[in-house]
Design a protein around this ligand. Structure first.
Ligand code: SAM
Length: 483
């Protein structure tokens, strides 16, 4: 439906008409315009200075009335006067009470309301019915062809994309289950012959939300029309910030000390710390100035021969992996899961079934006979242990091996990527190919850096007296390999 609406024109409005929509909805612009920036048209529309602007001396560049901040609360407010949408939201149950679930369902319903081919109209129009017509279809990786996705082999985006598509599929099936019992949904959305919704619609509303939602101070995750037309740049290049004024309206303000010449671009930041993978995943681009992957997440699994493996998996309440962050001359890493992997029964980890106050039975982990309440803080417990250096060395060795296997996957698939062609006659677009090449390069550099960091850390820990005594059998009979 959405793709068709954008192509046929009934869900599409030229950005030149946005000032009319804005005026009609009491949005004010002061010294700025919205449109494509000459020379950067491939970035879609952006906010452009109509005159020379000086940060600290300007009133807000945009003011968007609080009622236009598309937040969870605003959507639930709309549902009070839109019984059709209310029924959809209700069906979604707890998913409909999350900002993401409610916003995706709302955008879908607004697009449906805008559709001229519906005989028996459903839903109530709002300013957003028109606003969705200004949202371009983003080329996020969730829309990439199989051949383009194949190029991601060895990058951390490959598993993230697979997981995202699976979860989008589950969400879409949930929407179908939740709404099929509403007669108008059964007929107009899901009818096998002429039902209007398809999975691509869910991908579209997900892409609108993911690439445009802002974490708004005092509001939470939301979409703000017009401010979401601002493109991204990080660090000192960021021109403006977004916040709420004392009346709760959304405002775009030029940063203090920032000067933007007439026809210059007013950018905001989508998150200075976001890594290359996350930028490509959520926004479909990697900033030209990005010289490092910044951060990446690698998954970890408990080895199949771990005697406590099943119990560990059952109690683990942390993400199964670790994050590596570029810290300039080294890396820092973070992740609690590794500590579950690198200790075992002979070290002092065990599991017990415990009766809860409600009379249920639950599995709990103990370390040196003391209960472990959640694994997020397990590292600090292990740091108190006389054998901490040994556990630390085990962790570093496992993490280094994981980095090595990622590098192997990345380098091992380089030939195939280099041999791939893009353009006419292929399923690979030049832009996707360029982005993949950049991601692969940036991630390989950060992985190499992490590998060296772990190597140095390993050598340092090997010098520890605790480790040497342990390896020579002074603490226990050990047969460990840290090579
Ligand atoms: C919040 S929207 C910004 C408005 C958008 N350009 C439009 O036409 O509606 C985010 C999208 O803008 C584009 N974008 C923003 N900043 C960019 C940048 N620095 N380089 C390339 N594309 C950018 C990407 O397509 C991204 O998904």
């Amino acid at each position: 439906m959405i793709r068709e609406g954008k192509q046929q024109g009934w869900l599409s409005l030229p950005v030149e008409t946005l000032p009319v929509w804005a005026a009609f909805n009491a949005v004010t612009f002061d010294g700025v315009n919205i449109g494509p920036l000459p020379g950067k048209e491939d970035r879609g529309s952006t906010v452009i200075a109509k005159r020379s602007l000086k940060g600290g001396e300007e009133p807000p560049l945009m003011t968007i009335p609080r009622d236009l901040i598309l937040s969870l609360a605003r959507i639930h407010e709309h549902a009070k006067s839109d019984s059709d949408f209310h029924a959809v939201l209700d069906g979604l149950d707890e998913f409909g009470r999350t900002a993401r679930g409610a916003t995706l369902a709302f955008l879908l319903m607004q697009a449906f309301t805008a559709c001229p081919h519906i005989q028996n109209k459903k839903g109530v129009s709002s300013p957003f019915t028109e606003y969705v017509k200004y949202l371009p279809m983003e080329m996020l990786p969730t829309f990439w062809s199989p051949a383009e996705c194949e190029l991601l082999t060895g990058t951390t985006l490959a598993p993230a994309l697979t997981a995202k598509l699976n979860s989008l599929n589950r969400e879409f099936e949930r929407l179908r289950d939740a709404t099929s019992r509403l007669p108008w949904c059964a007929e107009q959305w899901w009818d096998e012959v002429d039902g209007i919704l398809e999975f691509d619609d869910w991908l579209q509303v997900d892409a609108f939300y993911r690439s445009r939602a802002l974490e708004y101070p005092g509001v939470g995750d939301c979409m703000v029309p017009c401010i979401d037309m601002a493109n991204h740049s990080s660090g000192n290049s960021t021109a403006a910030i977004y916040e709420v004024d004392e009346e709760g309206n959304a405002v775009l303000i030029l940063r203090d000390g920032k000067t933007v010449e007439q026809d210059g671009e007013i950018t905001i930041t989508y998150g200075d710390n976001k890594g290359a993978c996350e930028m490509l995943f959520s926004y479909g681009f990697i900033e030209d100035e990005m010289k490092s992957a910044r951060e990446l997440f690698l998954d970890l699994s408990i080895p199949g021969d771990d005697p406590l493996g099943r119990a560990k998996s059952a109690v683990a309440n942390c993400a199964p992996g670790f994050k590596i962050v570029d810290a300039g001359d080294g890396v820092i890493w973070d992740g609690a899961y590794i500590w579950l992997i690198c200790v075992n029964e002979e070290d002092g980890l065990s599991f017990q079934i415990q009766q809860t106050v409600e009379g249920n039975r639950e599995l709990i982990a103990t370390w040196q006979d003391e209960p472990v309440h959640g694994f997020e803080g397990f590292r600090s417990i292990l740091e108190q242990d006389p054998l901490w250096d040994v556990y630390h060395l085990r962790a570093v060795s496992i993490l280094q091996e994981r980095v090595a296997s990622q590098l192997q996957d990345l380098y091992g698939s380089d030939d195939r990527v280099d041999a791939a062609h893009y353009g006419d006659g292929t399923e690979i677009r030049e832009r996707a190919w360029d982005l993949v090449k950049r991601l692969r390069h940036l991630e390989s550099e950060l992985l190499e850096k992490a590998y060296s960091f772990y190597e140095d850390k390993k050598l340092q820990l090997m010098q520890s007296e605790t480790v040497m005594r342990f390896l020579s059998g002074g603490d226990a009979e050990q047969d460990e390999d840290f090579s």
